[in-house]
Design a protein. Structure first.
Ligand code: BDP
Length: 599
């Protein structure tokens, strides 16, 4: 599914803005015909955004169940000559879509786009109504897993609560842009770009899938530089283009070319799509991560899509501020913990030169809630991880790859975060997912491990190319004792290296830190302790040649459910939730930007 853009043959209109919104406390909306424009008591709600933090009401913030959204729009007459689609960037977690009162789609999974051909459901010369029922319940047959419990309140009302496995607030709503757009009936459905180099030539392999294409149509492919000069061109659904002396894409020079694909019939243009591409290679070799054939150390953060007021709603302002701060700190990469991010984020990563570890929404496939400490209980063996969950995981992983495989910034797939990978039943589960990834794409595959996983008992890592480790020695274990933490960390990393001989990416290390809390000598939660913790860990990483990168947890403070271990959310940010620096930010800048090494 290609991102909707305006081209010579395609038209797009954005349906973002203020929609009508109403909670369905009694779960009767459909029976009461809310899809027919009959919301009884709507309030205005912005799209895209989470609905939780917009109002002052606890009932809305903590609501679990169905929430209804409605908007209306006209469609220009000319559009009816083409096929008309409505596309949602992401709705968390289950969306039921109605057009002019008719149910046309149910989509499960809150972090990927879906589109619907609405041509035959739309009215010409009349207002059209778009209604979406958004359900934010979690269950163990989708990702992220969780469950809903019902509690009787003192006033006799039933309140639903989500029991979640993951450490971020279960924000809900229409989280990403909604577009209505046209595609010609013969259209470019999908494009696959692969880049490589031969001596000083760049090779761009382009495959395009065109629907209903016949013998009378031709496909033309051209690569242009930033000045619009064609540097290479070819013909056909599969073509190999060569570019002499190409500018390679990298964080230092994130150079992008424009790839134009055109479908023609008798010289007449039928469809046209253009996308930005970057020429670069990624590989794992001799225990190292290589970008364009050279050793590359990943410096950066595990992030979240999380911001004040908007929750998980995509917001260009926050994204650009984040990217500016990451550049300032000297970061060259980030992980989309713990779910696929908005495509707009990846477009910007391509443009601004960040390497992205692209993660699925498989977070919390283990017995523990948050923080994940204590004894691990089986979940695969105990039948909690069902066939349905596996199929869902496979589906979202496949859709993620199809969505993101053309981004030069995306350098690795992360198939899960902190799953119960010491159970033998986890092996066929993950092996089959990894096999699917390898059939679709050639990027390295990583799985992220919880620090309670013992390398000698992990059944999944041997199938991966890179080992992701979340490490908190001196925080969750031996709290506050950094000396012991350092010893434990060193020992733990060495065990992983000994067992698998694979590059290790430190996918998480960090500590909760209250901005403005200062202590000398440092104690937990103070800014000084966060700096000491990072320095201690980095000293260890610098001595371990198989560590191919360090991602601090987290880029910024983020909201979680209310809990005794969280102070108005998770405070492991290097930046506050309003994106101001803690002391650790200056430390990272010194290390990453200025190369200062501490011993
Ligand atoms: C890790 C999780 C992450 C949490 C973090 C923490 O991967 O989602 O936020 O711990 O406890 O286990 O801060």
């Amino acid at each position: 599914m290609l991102y909707p853009i305006e081209t010579q043959s395609r038209r797009v209109k954005n349906l973002n803005g203020i929609w009508s919104f109403q909670l369905d406390q009694a779960g009767r909306g459909e029976k009461d015909n809310w899809q027919d424009g009959q919301l009884t008591d709507p309030i205005p709600m912005p799209v895209p955004s989470s609905f939780n933090d917009i109002t002052t009401q606890e009932d809305i913030r903590d609501f679990v169940g169905d929430a209804w959204y409605e908007t209306s729009f006209y469609v220009h007459d000319e559009w009816f000559e083409e096929n008309i689609f409505i596309r949602f960037g992401a709705v968390s977690h289950t969306a039921t879509v109605y057009v002019n009162g008719k149910k046309i789609k149910v989509n499960r999974g809150g972090f990927l786009p879906f589109e619907i051909d609405v041509t035959k459901h739309l009215h010409k010369n009349q207002m059209n109504r778009l209604t979406v029922k958004v359900n934010n319940e979690l269950s163990w047959d989708m990702l992220p897993p969780g469950k809903v419990v019902e509690e009787k309140r003192l006033d006799g009302r039933i309140k639903k609560r989500v029991k979640q496995q993951h450490d971020f607030f279960n924000y809900a709503g229409i989280h990403r842009s909604v577009f209505i757009y046209t595609k010609p009936s013969i259209n470019i459905e999908q494009i696959r770009v692969n880049t490589s180099f031969l001596d000083d030539r760049g090779i761009v392999d382009v495959k395009s899938w065109v629907t209903h294409v016949g013998d009378s149509q031709t496909i033309e492919v051209a690569v242009q530089d930033h000045k619009g000069k064609t540097v290479s061109s070819g013909k056909g659904g599969e073509s190999k283009l060569f570019i002499d002396h190409p500018r390679k894409w990298s964080p230092k020079d994130p150079y992008l070319y424009n790839l134009h694909i055109t479908v023609l019939e008798g010289g007449k243009l039928i469809d046209h799509y253009v996308m930005k591409i970057g020429l670069r290679t990624v590989e794992i070799s001799n225990g190292h991560f290589l970008l364009n054939g050279e050793n590359f150390y990943l410096k950066g953060f595990g992030k979240h899509e999380d911001a004040l007021i908007r929750g998980k709603g995509y917001d260009a302002v926050t994204t650009l501020r984040d990217f500016q701060l990451m550049k300032w700190s000297g970061a060259n990469s980030f992980r989309t913990a713990h779910y696929p991010y908005a495509e707009e984020v990846l477009h910007l990563a391509d443009e601004m030169g960040f390497l992205v570890i692209d993660e699925t929404s498989a977070v919390g496939l283990l017995s523990q809630g948050v923080p994940a400490t204590g004894e691990l209980q089986p979940v695969f063996q105990a039948g909690k991880v069902s066939r349905e969950l596996f199929e869902h995981h496979k589906k979202v992983l496949k859709e993620l790859i199809y969505r993101d495989w053309n981004h030069p910034s995306v350098v690795m797939w992360s198939i899960s975060n902190e799953a119960s990978t010491m159970e033998k039943e986890a092996e066929p589960y993950f092996k089959s997912l990894i096999q699917m990834v390898r059939e679709l794409d050639n990027r390295p595959v990583m799985n992220v491990n919880l620090m309670l996983i013992e390398p000698e008992r992990c059944v999944v890592s041997k199938h991966c190319d890179v080992i992701g480790l979340n490490v908190y020695h001196g925080w969750y274990s031996t709290p506050g004792e950094l000396e012991q933490g350092e010893r434990d960390l060193r020992h733990y990393l060495n065990r992983w290296e000994k067992e698998f001989k694979l590059p290790i990416l430190i996918t998480e290390f960090g500590v909760d830190t209250i901005a403005g809390l200062h202590k000398l000598p440092p104690v937990m939660f103070s800014e000084e302790f966060q700096v000491e913790f990072l320095k201690t860990y980095q000293r260890v990483f610098d001595q371990m040649s198989y560590v191919c990168g360090e991602h601090v947890w987290n880029f910024a403070d983020f909201m979680t459910k209310q809990d005794t271990v969280r102070v108005d959310g998770n405070k492991k940010g290097v930046f506050t939730r309003s994106r101001e620096p803690k002391s650790a930010a200056f430390h990272l800048r010194q290390r990453w930007q200025e190369g200062v090494i501490y011993d």
